[in-house]
Design a protein around this ligand. Sequence first.
Ligand code: GLN
Length: 402
Amino acid sequence: MGQGQRVKAPRPPIAKARERVSPRVKLFADSVIREMTRLAAVHGAINMAQGYPDFPAPSALKAAAARAVKEDYNQYEITWGSTELRAAIADKARRFNGIEATGEDNVTVTCGATEAMVATMLALTDSSDEVIVPEPFYECYIPATIISGARVRHVALREPDYGFDEEELKRAFSRKPKAIIVNTPNNPTGRVFSRSELKVISDLCSDYRVLAITDEIYEQIVYDGQRHVSLATLGDMADSTVTISGASKTYSVTGWRIGYTVADKGLTEAIRKVHDFLTVCAPSPLQKAALVGFGMDESYYTKLTQSYTRKRDYLLKSLESMGYRCLKPQGAYYILADFSAVWKGDDVRFADHMVKDGGVATVPASSFFATPGLGKKKVRLAFPKQDTTLREAVERMRKRTG
Ligand code: GLN
């Protein structure tokens, strides 16, 4: 070592560094879904774990994104979203969801629905609050609640059809929570809540003055002639609902991170404030391109549903023929498959075996539950995949368990 060179202090062991981590962060785990994606890459497995398409996005959207970059639309956008995109989202909210909204007062464009959820929680809840999260749940609701300091209270969505028990829900409301998270079409169960089920929730929200935060990201992926109903349109929920959705699933652009909230003006102001300091704005060229998506005509959505219906039916039939027990999804693009007839271990071992030796990545279902012991005999499979990918995944699973 030459003169004058400083001796580097040895790095503190990882355990020491962990002591510095905020206790809040220790309360939630890494995303299991995204961990399975990493494992899929390491083992060369087909990724049926994370819900994203392996087929191209619509070419009109891709061309618009390329054009926006070329035309130097590359700087910050207005924090809460470009004027034209907010106007398009408000228009879509009125036409499709039946929610009265303006881009000026009610819409905030975020970096995906996940940021919308975190920004909403941070803006509207704090440490004295409880938030009802139906279980099973999409995993981001838990960190979103914990990061904002609030406490999670679960109510069960029960098999066989993952409906809720009204009395149990009432008991949870009687504790005067601040908010309830409602996800329909539901991830991971595929449940689409009916108008009358949502009316039960909206009545309770009105009676107990509870906010509803809805995750409607799969609103355009609903099967067998069912209709998606937005909670914000029921009773007097217009002022007490934050409706979250985005471009990811509808336009097959999950990596673009274009999500949004639609909410009352006062709530929107608070959400915008938080969003501003979390991410400043969603990617500006992609906001331009997403606009093309919101301009698609009816035939696009009809084709989307038809295509996902075929994929759902194929995967469902294939899994059932191998001995898995599944609930037919009414919406979204996941199947929860019970493997107890074909495999003896638990879900984590099954998923581990399947990704390492079977060449297919799935999500162990226990990660969608907080109650110990639940989900232990199921895995979730995502089917927004090309037909060839689905066929290959089915063949690989058949070799292992069929
Ligand atoms: N919603 C997708 C899923 O459940 C994943 C979204 C994400 O990873 N941000 O797989």
